[in-house]
Design a protein around this ligand. Structure first.
Ligand code: ZN
Length: 341
């Protein structure tokens, strides 16, 4: 089969022939149809310090996918050949306290497909049946391929009750934009999304009924005034990993405000903890998706009117993967999807 492989340490990926994976008794084999390119894949392409520390070579990369089951393991009873699926890319252990109490996404033994284990940028993917998530007809392969990042957005957005709340989202990448759409869908009052990239802010406004703010040009306080917000935002969703965005978020929040952090700062960064203490702010770190509560919620919302399709701005056949990665790396795109059919 063909696959996008990190053949050896260094920049880039190669499209090459590799053996089709063999499945075990509890696995399924999936014919991959569409895959999404993630920020993680860009780190792996660029081979930065994190990637060099984390990713073994050679490795088939990629973890955002949708496809069809073409083979089921001997002990798999609840899935069948021909079923359309996406799936959770975090492969969990079964021995930790977190796993044994059903908080699978907090298992410290987690290994990621396309990061530590063979991934989804391939004609075929082997996946534990436990990780497969069947797709209803209402969710096509293209949307199925971005459920992983949508899951990050949903997990972050649903960290706190957003009904009637004013929500500030810092960072208008695809996940920030999808989180904005989710916040609107579940009934937030004002949703303001900030960035310094005009293209991404335009895209945010196309995908969801939100107020985009370019903080390089506009003062967030003016926007809050215009929206008649008395004290500030009730909830902040930090998606950028940018120190100044976090500072601005803390300043813009109400007393007792709540922050969910998904953005990853590049290194250690100074935090004004006394502001956070005196404003009685709650901060929650968000990792991955709740397995499988987030999946349940997002599929239900997609079946009930949540529309994030326009966050996909580029589609390429896998033969043009270099252009696809170049598009992602430019920062001038939303989600980029590769077609494996
Ligand atoms: Zn991803």
């Amino acid at each position: 089969m063909k696959a996008l492989v990190k053949e050896r340490p260094g920049e880039g990926l190669e499209l090459e022939e590799v053996p089709t994976p063999e499945i075990g008794p509890d696995d399924v084999l999936i014919r991959v149809r569409k895959t999404g390119i993630c920020g993680t894949d860009i780190h792996i392409w660029a081979w930065d310090d994190w990637a060099a520390r984390t990713v073994p070579t050679p490795l088939v990369t990629g973890h955002e996918f949708a496809g069809e089951i073409v083979e089921v393991g001997r002990d798999v009873t609840d899935l069948k050949v021909g079923q359309r699926v996406s799936g959770e890319g975090h492969l969990i252990g079964k021995t930790s306290r977190q796993s044994r109490s059903g908080r699978f996404h907090l298992d410290p033994e987690t290994r990621g497909i396309g990061v530590n284990e063979p991934g989804a940028f391939a004609d075929y993917l082997r996946l534990p049946a436990f990780n497969a998530v069947p797709l209803p007809d209402a969710i096509d392969d293209e949307i199925g391929a971005i459920l992983d990042p949508l899951g990050n957005a949903v997990h972050t957005a649903l960290s706190f009750d957003l009904i009637g709340e004013d929500v500030l989202i810092t960072g208008a990448g695809p996940i920030g934009i999808m989180a904005a759409a989710v916040a609107r869908h579940v009934g937030a009052r004002h949703v303001v999304i900030t960035d310094v990239n005009p293209l991404r802010l335009d895209l945010a406004a196309q995908v969801a009924d939100v107020t985009p703010v370019n903080v390089a040009q506009e003062d967030l306080r003016d926007v809050m005034h215009r929206l008649h917000m008395v004290q500030g935002f009730d909830v902040g969703l930090e998606m950028s990993g940018n120190q100044r965005a976090l500072d601005q978020m803390v300043e813009s929040l109400v007393m007792g405000g709540r922050i969910a952090l998904l953005g990853i700062p590049p290194g250690k960064s100074p935090v004004d903890w006394s502001r956070i203490v005196f404003k009685a702010i709650t901060i929650k770190g968000v990792y991955g998706r709740e397995i499988f509560e987030t999946w349940y919620k997002m599929i239900a919302m997609l079946e009930n009117g949540l529309d994030v399709r326009r966050v996909i701005t580029h589609r390429f056949p896998v033969s043009q993967y270099r252009e696809a990665f170049e598009t992602m790396r430019s920062g001038q795109s939303g989600k980029v999807v590769l077609d494996w059919t």
